[in-house]
Ligand binder design. Structure first.
Ligand code: GLY
Length: 533
């Protein structure tokens, strides 16, 4: 029996990916088609105006494509500070100045050049059709759009989002004509249909008229980078995950590695979502985020000590002070070496055993809130993922320093963590999630759920998760559904708790019975496994 499987953020992308697989396309072809469809039907995070990471397992080899946005050529370190050196509220979150140079179209083009098998135009066409002829707006999307419009109006934020999206009503067909024409140029001209010619001049003129920085030279200068994925042995598995510019691979492997060390030291298996389990993983999270803030940034600009941060001796030393029942003081957790969020993810396995784990983003839901007039797509607000000022938290509460300072053509640090786990060289699990810094948690906890606690795939994605990240001090964010007595015990220990619904896992898991797939129930995802012969 051969099978293929998809776990997608919505039904339109799932159907498009399955159609490609059923036509004989491989997982990369299906991923490209899905990415463009999401730019139409999942406007809060799907995009051509943002960026992302694609992790590919193909013919037994692993490849990682960094199509993260870059700072424009005229960006500079202090661009979001006022004359007193304070961060200007919202400047890196809304409006044209918040946008980095989009990377998605170049990313898809590069992926297709190296690994695609079906014609490029075939893969872009489903998105063209959905934009030109419209799609029926799901209720959850309509709700997110109307809540977003209320929020930006309440805060008096001057962006043009409502002009383009106020008509998207639940159950009604929503057409995006300008976006359709932009997608046609991409379909017919490839990456040049976005980075050169008509689209590039529309973007550049729109930026110039609206206080943005991105110009035609910036668009022509954009490159996506093939990087070596991080690969590490963990228990009986090989974890293949995201290298910098992502913080994800390092964070996930630190989390898994320190968890194992504490458990071995204690000599007992911790019970899932028990007080000890949540406390130990929160303690690990403090250390992960202290390192993230100090050492991680764009590897084309800074030397990221990946090997040192994942070294066995280093993880032994980092895990050693973690004690049951006792919280580390936040200020005592230093970097160790001497130191409505949105995004979306999908997972695909084809019938040849190839896999794609792809996470893509325009940062917050609906990005910068700005639609490029004449081109119809939403611009990212990814510049907020840089450290606007040393030690000042960004939207996700993450702090950073020199390694993640703004510089022209530099990529901002990300938490996106597309990950594939192999067993004896074959795909065991494909995982990933949106959620800013909580992505790291959703991904490592999905791995623990599946491979330590042996949960079926629906439970892997839907079991309540919890997140701690050093700052705010002693705060654990948790999904609804964690046992009340556990939460009370954590409060007694000194934790602050906040219920919050973060993440949207899309996971494919190989079991003895074959592939299984699930998308988190809170979202509007669709996961399907099909038998191919
Ligand atoms: N914009 C969220 C991230 O890349 O981490």
């Amino acid at each position: 029996m051969t099978q293929h499987a998809v776990a997608m953020p919505d039904s339109f992308s799932a159907d498009a990916a399955l159609a490609v697989l059923n036509e004989g396309g491989n997982a990369v072809d299906a991923a490209i088609a899905a990415q463009f469809v999401l730019a139409v039907t999942y406007p809060e995070a799907g995009n051509i105006g943002g960026g992302g990471f694609m992790l590919i397992h193909k013919d037994g080899q692993q490849h990682f494509l960094d199509y993260r946005e870059m700072a424009p050529g005229r960006a500079h370190r202090d661009m979001y500070l006022d004359e007193n050196g304070d961060v200007i509220p919202y400047a890196s979150l809304f409006g044209t100045l918040a946008a980095g140079i989009p990377g998605t179209v170049e990313g898809m083009w590069q992926a297709h050049q190296r690994h695609g098998t079906l014609p490029w135009a075939r893969l872009v066409q489903p998105a063209v059709m959905l934009a030109a002829e419209g799609f029926v707006v799901p209720e959850k999307l309509a709700g997110r759009i109307s809540r977003y419009i209320e929020r930006i109006e309440a805060r008096d934020i001057d962006v043009n989002f409502a002009e383009f999206f106020a008509d998207a009503k639940a159950g009604e067909t929503f057409v995006q004509t300008e976006l359709a024409v932009t997608l046609m140029r991409i379909r017919d001209k490839g990456a040049d249909g976005f980075y050169r010619g008509t689209t590039a001049s529309i973007i550049s003129e729109f930026m110039a008229d609206n206080g943005g920085l991105i110009n035609e030279d910036d668009l022509a200068a954009y490159t996506a980078q093939w990087r070596q994925p991080i690969t590490a042995q963990w228990r009986d598995y090989t974890v293949v995950t995201s290298p910098p510019t992502s913080s994800g691979g390092i964070a996930i492997l630190q989390w898994l590695g320190m968890y194992d060390r504490v458990e071995q030291r204690l000599g007992v298996e911790m019970k899932h979502n028990s007080v000890d389990y949540m406390h130990v993983l929160a303690e690990v999270g403090k250390r992960v985020f202290a390192d993230r803030g100090e050492y991680l940034g764009d590897p084309d600009f800074v030397d990221v000590p990946t090997g040192d941060l994942l070294n066995d001796d280093y993880l032994d030393q980092r895990a050693a002070p973690i004690q049951l029942g006792k919280l580390s003081l936040t200020e005592s957790v230093k970097p160790g070496l001497k130191e409505s969020e949105d995004t979306t993810h999908f997972s695909i396995v084809d019938s040849m055993g190839n896999a794609v784990s792809n996470t893509t983003t325009i940062n917050l839901s609906f990005g910068s809130g700005v639609v490029v007039e004449g081109a119809g797509f939403i611009l990212n607000d990814e510049m907020d993922d840089f450290s606007a000022k040393e030690g000042v938290p960004n939207f996700f509460g993450a702090i950073g320093g020199k390694a993640n300072a703004i510089a022209p053509y530099k990529r901002m640090l990300s938490s996106m963590s597309p990950t594939i786990v192999l067993q004896e060289g074959r795909v065991k699990m494909v995982t990933g999630s949106p959620g800013g810094t909580t992505i790291l948690t959703s991904v490592y906890q999905s791995i623990l759920n599946a491979l330590v606690f042996n949960m079926p795939v629906e439970a892997v994605v839907n079991t309540p998760r919890f997140h701690h990240q050093l700052l705010p001090e002693h705060l654990i964010r948790h999904h609804p559904g964690i046992d009340a007595s556990t939460l009370n015990a954590l409060v007694d220990m000194g934790y602050n708790l906040r219920e919050s619904e973060f993440g949207d896992l899309h996971v494919i898991l190989k079991t003895e019975q074959g592939l299984t797939a699930a998308s988190e129930a809170r979202g509007r995802g669709k996961a399907v496994v099909e038998v191919t012969e």
